[in-house]
Design a protein around this ligand. Structure first.
Ligand code: HEC
Length: 195
């Protein structure tokens, strides 16, 4: 309980400082400290993970690359996969793809539900029917590293389970993967059911 009170007090004091309520030297010092703290705590996205699963890439049936073996021992969960896919801090797949099954979940009378399930982008193809177009091994390849799944195009789709050392990636995300191996398996199970 004590800690809770202290945390609340510290927050209130810090926000007063940030608002410039006091301008003596100490306040300035505290203000700088606070700003620095905010900057360094800008964490990587909610779904990011620091462990990369080992996987073997093989030739697919339709695509030049596929990952036949699951990344985890625990099987994927399609329901959880849907939620991870739509979560803006995790898969954020709706930013680029239309998915009819997700749209059907949107409750028009509920603003929150409509915001989460109802906004679909058009950068990528609609994902309706991908479970029939690709094998599970190919769907896994697409989510893990679409650059290997579609080598002929410079795809804008991000690699969700491949490390990138790119300078474009913010510092907190370097050496991390966008989604854990389990989240990838969940999304693959969700995609497999889109037939
Ligand atoms: C920044 C946009 C973007 C995001 C975000 C994105 N994709 Fe894609 N995706 C694409 C594009 C573009 C393609 C088509 C490949 C190409 O030509 O670049 C594609 C292709 C695919 C395909 C193959 C579709 C087909 O019919 O051939 C699947 C499956 C897929 N994406 C799944 C996902 C999933 C699942 C997520 C979220 C975890 C996701 N994508 C997030 C842009 C995106």
């Amino acid at each position: 309980m004590k800690t809770v009170i202290r945390t609340i007090c510290a927050c209130a004091a810090a926000s007063a400082l940030l608002l410039g309520a006091s301008s003596d030297g100490f306040a300035e010092h505290e203000k700088k400290k606070k700003v620095r703290k905010v900057r360094t705590s800008s964490a990587c996205s909610a779904g990011a993970s620091s462990s990369l699963a080992r996987y073997k890439i093989e030739k697919g049936e339709v695509l030049p690359a596929s990952i036949p073996k699951a990344l985890t021992k625990k099987p994927g969960n399609a329901e959880r996969g849907l939620e991870t896919a739509v979560n803006p801090g995790k898969g954020n797949c709706l930013a680029c793809h239309h998915i009819a099954k997700v749209l059907a979940k949107a409750d028009k009378s509920d603003e929150k539900s409509l915001k989460l399930y109802g906004n679909h982008g058009e950068v990528g193809a609609p994902l309706n029917g991908v479970g029939a177009r690709y094998s599970k091994a190919e769907l896994r390849m697409i989510v893990v590293d679409p650059k290997k799944a579609f080598p002929d195009v410079t795809t804008v789709m991000p690699a969700y389970h491949a490390r990138t050392a790119s300078k474009d990636v913010k510092r907190a995300c370097r050496g991390r993967v966008m989604l854990s191996a389990q989240s990838v398996e969940d999304i693959v199970s969700f995609l497999e059911e889109l037939k």
